[in-house]
Ligand binder design. Structure first.
Ligand code: ATP
Length: 248
């Protein structure tokens, strides 16, 4: 397992994160370190706590215990906009764009904490997401599912994150659009060294891109490895239950 001791080089360092809903424990002691520019996939069965972990990291759900060091600062207790301002952005499951705003208006919303230099940043982001370029005046709700996902990611990038959290960005998309999204994320990772932590149920979709694989099982990290992705059959068949109590 990765060491949870904050190091000078670590971008993110979680230590003993516990969280739940109304007394029901979901995360049972997560230790996780991510370096700047790292790309990791978080896999695991339904209900393992993947979305909860992303929400906790993004300041949308408060942990009951633990620390989240991000660039040396403990984020626990900070409101979500303060977390975004520090460079940690979440693209939630289901895209959540503003369907009645145009593509450009959606993108401007993403820059509300960093309004200076918007035009230059917009150019950089549209260079990555070229299909959005000719559609700036189109309502978000009129875009295809894949374009909406691109818009959701592009909007997050306007906030200039150094860590991008993505919750199942390929869900419900055709294979070619899934590939395009992951190709763009790879380009982003190469060009800007933005670190990526992506929840993905279909590890094959990112198999060529990610370099680190994490598995969440019953609220504990049960695998943290580099190289080959977890066997999809293993995910489909289900993992053995973990005993109750803390992960360690
Ligand atoms: P999935 O792949 O199905 O989205 P997941 O690994 O992302 O699963 P979570 O969504 O984090 O898992 O859910 C973990 C557990 O917490 C589940 O048992 C779920 O029912 C419960 N849960 C999630 N959100 C809430 C909530 N707002 N209130 C109460 N329980 C919740």
């Amino acid at each position: 397992m990765a060491s949870a001791v904050p190091t000078a080089s670590a971008l993110l360092c979680c230590e003993g994160i516990e969280a739940g809903y109304g007394g029901k424990p979901v995360l049972r002691g997560i230790d996780l370190t991510l370096e700047a520019g790292e790309w990791a996939v978080l896999a695991g069965e339904n209900g393992a706590g993947k979305t909860t972990l992303l929400k906790v990291l993004a300041g949308l759900h408060r942990p009951t215990r633990g620390h989240i060091w991000f660039q040396g600062e403990d984020l626990v207790g900070l409101p979500a906009p303060a977390v975004v301002k520090r460079g940690l952005a979440l693209v939630p499951e289901g895209r959540w764009i503003f369907p009645r705003l145009t593509v450009l208006e959606n993108l401007k919303m993403g820059a509300y904490l960093h309004p200076r230099g918007f035009s230059d940043r917009l150019e950089v982001v549209l260079d990555l997401f070229a299909p959005l370029k000719p559609r700036l005046s189109v309502l978000g709700g009129r875009l295809s599912g894949g374009e909406q996902q691109m818009l959701a990611i592009a909007r997050a990038l306007l906030g200039r994150p150094s860590l991008l959290l993505l919750d199942e960005p390929s869900l419900g998309l055709a294979a070619d659009m899934r590939a395009a999204i992951y190709e763009t994320l790879a380009e982003l990772n190469r060009r800007e060294a933005v670190a990526i932590l992506v929840v993905e149920q279909d590890p094959e979709g990112v198999a060529q891109k990610a370099r680190r694989w994490l598995m969440l099982q019953d609220g504990c990290l049960s695998r943290d490895g580099r190289g080959a992705p977890p066997d999809p059959d293993q995910l489909a068949k289900g993992l053995p239950e973990r005993p109750p109590g803390a992960c360690r």
